[in-house]
Design a protein around this ligand. Sequence first.
Ligand SMILES: Cc1ncc(COP(=O)(O)O)c(C=O)c1O
Length: 497
Amino acid sequence: MNGSNPPRIGPFAIQLRAALDASAGAGPVHERLATTIREMIDRGELLPGTRLPPERALAHDLGIGRNTVVRAYGALRRDRFVDRHQGRGTAVRGDPSVATSSRLGDLATSSQRSVVFRTLSDAPSGVIDLLSASPPPNERITAMMRSALQKVPLEELAMHHGYYPLGYPELRKAIAIYLQRTGLRTSEDEILVTAGAQQAITLLSNWIVDGGGKVAVENPTYAGAIDAVRAANGRVVALPQLVSEPALDELEESIAVGGVGAVYVTPTFQNPTGVLMPEFARRRLAMLARSTRTVVIEDHGLAAMRITTEPIPRPIAAFAAADAPVVFVGSLSKSVWGGLRIGWIRAPRSLVIHLARLRASADLAGSFPAQAMAVDLVDRLDEVYEIRHRELVARLELIGAWLRELLPSWHWIPPQGGLSIWARLPYGSSTELAASASRRGVAIVAGSVLSPEGDYDDHVRLPIGVDAAQTREGLTRLARAWRDYERSFRPHGAVVV
Ligand SMILES: Cc1ncc(COP(=O)(O)O)c(C=O)c1O
């Protein structure tokens, strides 16, 4: 990096600066600063014992007067949120031994990773939300949902008490038939209906981790999987994308070294890179599952998001021996609608029963009307996939052209499928860019939140399938933010390598 660059500022100051910008006009700066820090303490993002930056340093990073920070810290001390110790500065009040639990810290940072929560907290009105990549249903899919709803035999269903911890039998049957069509021999008692793929991953994490196991994931990966493993008190092991022989060798080595109980993958299509896992890698994972007894979780939540026209290999489970521990996860969220909260697990019968017990302890069972609607929608999934494919191909063309026009220095390759474009900045930090973007009225996902190790801070995830007009305006604002950021990053036009 060139020596004339301004000093980098920490994520804490970046977050504070974004919050201050968002609350502009709502009272004096020292009060807003104190409120923001207090809220971070309440949410567990600043743990007991955490030291706050010295007043002068924070004032510099935020571009405000030192006295403003002194007043904010004073108010926090008065309200007993922080303590000041001679020689040690200002720290969050409370027992620091609690803060040493990495679990608490992980849960706190998960609020940064979860785009659903960030959409609620970071995207106030007027801010364009490029955080969430989930496409809403288009007109044709909405019409399909309406028709499915009309077919729900409510009077008949209401004669039953409505609790099905394993899932509505008609839906389990429909899912099994659908999976058969995709080349995966399945019977209905191998299906557990869940509240979306996320609940499926959470249940599986709890089962696998059970008191501190390790789950290997590709780096970067779907943020919800990182959170689910860590929330279950498990350790996440980061691997390269499992699409080459050397990467699969690396997985085999980490299994041999010990402790890796499972590997989580999104073969069709990788989240966030959009890569389609080739057949040889699927076959090798299937063999590895059997020979090492390592559970392979294949999450097909994005399978409907096909852009490529090349043939899609069968799921990993289709290449696995009957006794290999390969678990398939599916969902209607991206194909049809996330609001339905319908997903499923395909696993051996005994595991389905075990997971259903775990599930029942959380919510007893899923919504019955949504499951009844889903029967008809699962029957029509081939049609839905075709609609999504055509929509995504057109959308990628449009957004790709805008990106090339507005942010020509960013590097990306067209994804084979999935929800997003995984773009690399020519230099700089996407965490810092996200703060600058928030001032320009657009919220983006910095690459590092999709990495268990906090890598890929030079990447940004941009959604493909959300509203086109909003995306265009969002990218226009992002291009302005990038220009602001470039100016601060290269103050004298120096080339940064
Ligand atoms: C790869 C992947 N798996 C699972 C999910 C969660 O989906 P659901 O809404 O079905 O819980 C998502 C959501 O974006 C995802 O991208």
